[in-house]
Design a protein around this ligand. Structure first.
Ligand SMILES: NC(=O)C1=CN([C@@H]2O[C@H](COP(=O)(O)OP(=O)(O)OC[C@H]3O[C@@H](n4cnc5c(N)ncnc54)[C@H](O)[C@@H]3O)[C@@H](O)[C@H]2O)[C@H](O)CC1
Ligand SMILES: [K+]
Length: 540
């Protein structure tokens, strides 16, 4: 599914209204229905009956406020006790928003205009009793920080016991960057219209938006699939199509041979975990190359891989590297980095790896740190074969010679720019990992949870990507598959353990199960519209 910035969404909306002829009021009405349906799902056991329930709707002066007023009307008509707090003068509302104010005023719902501090008691009482709070203050039209009048109330809203549903984007979150200037509404659910906005996946957006639900509000699919939009969010449907197809006659030879160069003294676990990630992702043959000083440990821990005990005690030495390069010519995929340590021998050979191996090469961890010393080495790849880099923000900062803050405040643009410049697939890890392609496209990953923040999970990911490459999956898709399933695996574990306490080996071991679940899930059309798994936000 494509992901847009505010301007792109505005253009799509414009075309839907003026070229396709959909009345803007109908879009607003559809948007309101989508929110009402989501409110029904949020109430305990998806209660069908709204009567006796209380809702507070916070309304701004723009069309986001208009959506909120339409929601308010539907909730009143369905029996809810609804109070609207208007953060604007009545006369400020224009067009569809003004009409919806008028329609709401014709119902039994209550409407108060917030003018300053003096309504604080009223809002506090209403918020304390509300089952649902709807944030319709600002949508994609917001620029900069929330106005101070609104800010005075945000804290109250965020402490309210009811379910907070944001319309389109939580107010205070920048739709393009996810930046929160001072404060923002913290929603449990965000219902976004047309296509999801960049800001839901960047900066602080994910923290504030909760579970994201996308509704097309009847905008034609051809507009939502505009080729000019180059950012995407991965969905089950997308990723299922990337899975390689196995045939009855398949055997370990056809399931691909991958070489993993990993581990050093004290870091044998990295080689084991990456190996486990590869085997659990279905690789046919895995050869782990590791220094002889730790080869026995690795061999004992991972019986299914062939272990090449290579020259070198603590680290692989020069002699080892020359044989590795020669032997890897026949591999279908090559990954290097996990637990390798930083040493001179590797620095010297990195350029040769890039310039001589024609199979897809994955560089992770210490390989990226070495590369950061001499980023110009990337030029040696120069069309020799596919390259995948899997930096976390610290490694990316070193590679780009900037600060981690620079990386984090500019994740999307930086990942894309570097993927294009380096002609590599860049997997920029984070709470929302971005997979950027050399052709300028970028994919946000919606799976995973903070439980992945534990040693070894990155190694598992590298092994998994290696396995998909070895099975013949194209580099971009292999990276997407690896990242998405790795996150799903963690989400499955979070269902049992919450967001902490599961281990990297467990993440690897759940990979076949989540892959199988994905294969079995039929395409119902509606699935994939809800972007964050419930597990991520502990909703169920
Ligand atoms: N995308 C669609 O197809 C549809 C979107 N809908 C909803 O409309 C909003 C966007 O509406 P818009 O009126 O353009 O913007 P806002 O409601 O976000 O309000 C903008 C309003 O506020 C002023 N403003 C902006 N920044 C600030 C600030 N920092 N402080 C104070 N005031 C500010 C600005 O000047 C405007 O007056 C979209 O999100 C959807 O919810 C449709 O209803 C359905 C179709
Ligand atoms: K909003």
């Amino acid at each position: 599914m494509r992901v847009v910035n505010a301007e792109q969404m505005r253009q799509i909306e414009e075309r839907a209204i003026h070229h396709y002829g959909i009345p803007s009021l109908l879009l607003m009405e559809n948007a309101a229905w989508a929110v009402v349906e989501e409110i029904r799902r949020c109430l305990p056991q998806g209660q069908v009956d709204f009567s006796g329930r209380k809702a507070v709707i916070l309304v701004g002066k723009g069309n986001n406020g208009g959506d909120g007023l339409a929601v308010a009307r539907h909730l009143v008509l369905q029996g809810m006790d609804v109070t609207v707090f208007l953060f604007a003068e009545l006369k400020e509302l224009k067009g569809d928003a003004a009409l919806n104010l008028c329609l709401f005023q014709g119902t039994t719902g209550k409407c108060f205009v917030i003018e300053g501090e003096k309504q604080r008691r009223l809002t506090r009482l209403a918020l304390a009793q509300a089952d649902v709070v709807v944030d319709a203050l600002f949508g994609i039209g917001m620029r900069g920080a929330l106005p101070s009048l609104v800010e005075e109330y945000v804290d109250q809203v965020n402490r309210a016991p009811g379910w907070v549903v944001a319309i389109d984007i939580p107010s205070g979150v920048d739709a393009n960057t996810g930046k929160v200037y001072r404060t923002a509404i913290r929603a449990q659910t965000t219902v976004t219209f047309g296509l999801p906005k960049w800001g839901l996946f960047l900066g602080e957006g994910p923290e504030y938006s909760g579970r994201v639900v996308v509704d097309p509000i009847s905008i034609p699919a051809s507009y939502l699939e505009d080729e000019g939009i180059s950012a995407f969010v991965l969905t089950d449907d997308d990723v299922r199509k990337m899975l390689p197809i196995r045939t009855l006659k398949g055997h370990k030879g056809t399931h691909g041979k991958g070489i993993l160069v990993a581990g050093s003294k004290g870091m044998s676990g990295a080689a084991v975990l990456a190996g486990r990630g590869a085997l659990r992702s279905g690789i046919g043959l895995l050869q782990i190359v590791t220094p002889q000083g730790i080869a026995q440990e690795v061999d004992t821990a991972i019986t299914e891989a062939t272990i090449w005990s290579a020259p070198g005690d603590d680290f692989l030495n020069e002699e080892a590297w020359s044989v590795i390069l020669k032997q890897s010519e026949k591999a279908q995929a090559f990954a290097v980095g996990p637990g390798l340590g930083q040493n001179l021998e590797f620095t010297l050979v990195l350029g040769d790896i890039l310039s001589s191996l024609s199979c897809p090469v994955v560089l992770d961890a210490d390989a990226l740190n070495q590369l950061a010393i001499e980023p110009d080495l990337l030029g040696l790849r120069n069309g020799q074969g596919p390259l995948i880099l899997t930096p976390h923000p610290g490694e990316m900062a070193r590679l780009c010679e900037c600060s981690v803050e620079d990386v984090e405040s500019n994740r999307l643009d930086l990942a894309v720019a570097k993927a294009v410049e380096w002609e590599a697939v860049v997997v920029l890890k984070g709470s929302v990992t971005i997979i950027a392609s050399p052709d300028g496209r970028a994919f946000f990953n919606p799976t995973g949870n903070p439980g992945l923040g534990t040693g070894g999970t990155g190694d598992v990911l590298t092994g998994s990507i290696l396995a998909w490459l070895a099975q013949g999956v194209a580099p971009l898709e292999a990276a997407c598959l690896g990242v998405y399933l790795h996150g799903k695996s963690a989400d499955l574990l979070a269902g049992e353990y919450g967001w902490s306490g599961f281990t990297a080996s467990e993440v690897a071991d759940k990979l076949p199960k989540v892959r199988r679940e994905l294969e079995l899930k039929s395409n119902t059309g509606k699935e994939g519209m809800s972007l964050w798994g419930c597990d991520r936000f502990g909703l169920k």
